[in-house]
Design a protein around this ligand. Structure first.
Ligand code: NAD
Length: 491
């Protein structure tokens, strides 16, 4: 039985992530009884807030998230305390240790401590090492560290960060967040594959022609231009979220659903990614940056006119690629991925396209039948669609596509827990399955670093090259056309 009564320390408690995601998640866990009633939350940040102003902020975050706050709010907030903090000052850590000791007494907590890093990533290493050196990382109970993205900006910086963390925390105490892994339908990939005879028996190069993973955003960079311009779509989305989805789609069935077994299959899938040389990158990857355009009725500016973005920025806001997984199951099957900002629609979707029948009796001279598709809708819709061919009613000898739809969140979208809520719950239980292991991070960076090097060294792409409100640059369509495929519409 997992020991779940614990303290949660949030580094960066006055920030955006804490307000939009963490407080509402903790409240939901509390209300559902998934959080032991003996819990404590310490908010840590630079500002000189008091417990009262912190609690008011937590309450406001619940109101802003449109949560139905019941009569228990006051009890909930009584578990929250605030500490003004300087991450490089040892005295801050001693204060934190004292406060945690008090709260552990008050709420009868046996020393279990969860440290949540929701601060700028340059502090992660510093904080972890002080937690250890100042004894905040406890001898009693468990200690866990939750790390937000980004985990480095390339392999060397990720390695450095990891070494800093590992001097203070063991690998199995570190929970690296990839919030896509907390999404209901991303977790469902495993169930769809391994819980259904009709899919897993077809899940290979014998029956699948290609797989398409799209994660499109309609928003631009909003007020995060300064941050985004140093990152770009490749680092911000592809290295982590997209490659994680590919790993789940491509991995072999694990021998059981334990953390270690699932991870080791994902790692093997990532190890099978066909490596590229810098020269080959252009054959497999396409980058884009949005120019001005229209979103619905609204005219929106191009990326280079956004706040805190240089006029001549060469940062990509879009990336599409073709991944080849060189193993027995997947040889010859392209995995196409694309992600970007200011695209026509906000949607994350996976389309599995099955091979055509060797001969389809319903093909017409001028028109081949549509292939079967399995579509996994990740967000905002959550569900599965299966596109089959059925008889066209009232005709003979004519087939037409029929779509079977299952919608997970149509009935009651409020019952779908947020990714953060599930991940926080997993971490409190000590379940690391839906977090990324260091080996996954390292393999992903190793793959992505070649692309970013090629793009830095080769500047012969004209930006902007797609209009806001479109589905990306022409080159992304050409990438599939060369193989005789096209992107399936995401709507
Ligand atoms: P933010 O800028 O809104 O908040 C940063 C927090 O850190 C604030 O509470 C601030 O007071 C505190 N802080 C900064 N410097 C400090 C210092 N020297 N000493 C003490 N406290 C200090 O940032 P955010 O958007 O909440 O993001 C936090 C982390 O979460 C980042 O790693 C970010 O990449 C990651 N993240 C954020 C989101 C999001 O939606 N906001 C999504 C995914 C990941």
């Amino acid at each position: 039985e997992a020991n779940t009564n614990c303290s949660i320390v949030i580094f960066g408690a006055t920030g955006d992530l804490a307000k939009r995601k963490l407080f509402p998640s903790i409240y939901n866990l509390y209300r559902k009884g998934q959080l032991d009633s003996r819990f404590a939350v310490v908010g840590v940040a630079r500002r000189g807030w008091t417990d009262e102003s912190f609690r008011e902020n937590v309450a406001a975050s619940l109101r802003d998230s449109k949560m139905q706050v019941e009569g228990d709010l006051e009890d909930f907030l009584s578990h929250f305390r605030y500490l003004a903090f300087d991450v490089t000052n040892t005295a801050s850590y001693q204060d934190l240790n004292t406060l945690l000791g008090e709260m552990e007494q008050q709420f009868d907590i046996p020393g279990n401590r969860m440290f949540y890093m929701a601060m700028a990533p340059e502090f992660f290493g510093t904080i972890a090492s002080y937690l250890k050196s100042e004894g905040v990382k406890n001898e009693k109970g468990w200690n866990r560290l939750i790390i937000e993205k980004p985990f480095g900006r390339d392999l060397p910086s990720a390695q450095k960060l990891n070494e800093e963390l590992r001097q203070a925390f063991a690998e199995d105490e570190i929970y690296r967040i990839d919030h896509y892994l907390g999404k209901e339908m991303v977790q469902n990939i495993e169930v769809i594959r391994f819980g259904n005879a009709i899919f897993e028996s077809l899940w290979s190069n014998r029956y699948i022609s290609n797989i398409q993973v799209t994660s499109s955003e309609s928003l631009g960079v909003e007020d995060r231009g300064g941050y985004y311009d140093k990152s770009g779509a490749l680092r911000d989305m592809l290295q982590n979220h997209m490659l994680q989805m590919v790993a789940l789609l491509a991995m072999e069935p694990p021998i059981r659903l334990s953390t270690d077994e699932v991870r080791s299959e994902k790692i093997k899938a990532l190890r099978s990614l066909r490596p590229m040389t810098e020269e080959e990158v252009a054959k497999y990857f396409v980058r884009g940056q949005y120019g001005p355009g229209t979103m619905g009725e609204k005219e929106v500016p191009g990326y280079r006119s956004e706040g805190n973005v240089p006029e001549d920025s060469r940062t990509e806001t879009y990336v599409a690629g073709k991944l080849m997984i060189d193993n027995f199951r997947w040889a010859g099957v392209p995995f196409y991925v694309r992600t970007g900002k200011r695209m026509a629609e906000k949607s994350t979707k996976i389309v599995i396209q099955f091979k055509d029948l060797p001969m389809n009796l319903y093909d017409k001279a001028d028109e081949k039948k549509q292939p079967n598709l399995l579509i996994i809708h990740i967000q905002p819709d959550e569900g599965i669609s299966l596109v089959l061919n059925g008889k066209k009613m009232g005709t003979s000898g004519t087939a037409t596509p029929v779509k079977l739809d299952y919608c997970n969140n149509c009935v009651d979208s409020l019952n779908t827990p947020e990714a953060y809520e599930k991940l926080l719950y997993d971490a409190i239980q000590g379940d690391g399955t839906n977090f990324t292991h260091w080996d996954e991070v390292a393999l992903s960076w190793q793959f992505v670093d070649v692309i970013s090097k090629a793009w830095t060294n080769n500047t012969n792409v004209d930006f902007p090259n797609y209009a806001a409100g479109s589905m990306g640059p022409q080159a992304a369509d050409d990438l599939l056309a060369e193989d005789g495929f096209h992107w399936w519409p995401i709507a």
